[in-house]
Design a protein around this ligand. Sequence first.
Ligand SMILES: O=P(O)(O)OC[C@H]1O[C@H](OP(=O)(O)OP(=O)(O)O)[C@H](O)[C@@H]1O
Ligand SMILES: Nc1ncnc2[nH]cnc12
Ligand SMILES: [Mg+2]
Length: 183
Amino acid sequence: SSELASLKIRLRAAVRQIPDFPSKGILFEDIMPIFADASLHEALIRALDLHVSQTYGPDEKPDVVVGLDARGFLFGPSLAMRIGAGFAAVRKQGKLPGPCITAGYEKEYGQDFFQMQSDAIKPGQKVLVVDDLIATGGSAAAAGSLVKQLGGTLVGYVFILELDFLKGRDKLDAPVYTLLSSQ
Ligand SMILES: O=P(O)(O)OC[C@H]1O[C@H](OP(=O)(O)OP(=O)(O)O)[C@H](O)[C@@H]1O
Ligand SMILES: Nc1ncnc2[nH]cnc12
Ligand SMILES: [Mg+2]
């Protein structure tokens, strides 16, 4: 829609690119300016809400939005509330109380672990996974595996940005939507 197109232009202009952070050769996509401005923050949630309503019919609407620790927590809960879904957290290991399930994933140096609480998703619930950015896809693939371990139906992934050259989406087995074009 033309509304979505103009929201995207405003949001793209707000993302800052920082060379050589956190290490030399990395061009870091900084999304924090979006949240510094209430009207851009609203534009982000509106744009993602439009994507969800244009993509999922009344019977396919996500029941749960799953956000990834930490930057997926910046907008996952507000998107969930906007679309009338619950929110569940994927956290780095050791942060969640009670029974949890765990999935390992590859990072630039070595492995890390993600967890979800075992009751965060009920079997058969439709789940949308959200994060700020997909790079290698390792984080998102681990989150998807946790959702499936809990019996959730993965209906898609949503990112603000994608590092296309890393082909992270090839690691994911549900439809992938990226709001803004990027590196
Ligand atoms: O596709 P990948 O190669 O897995 O990389 C993408 C992930 O990397 C960043 O998170 P990071 O864990 O660096 O930090 P955060 O806690 O600030 O979200 C980013 O927010 C994504 O979650
Ligand atoms: N280039 C990048 N910018 C921001 N977050 C990232 N996570 C992994 N690569 C990134
Ligand atoms: Mg992250």
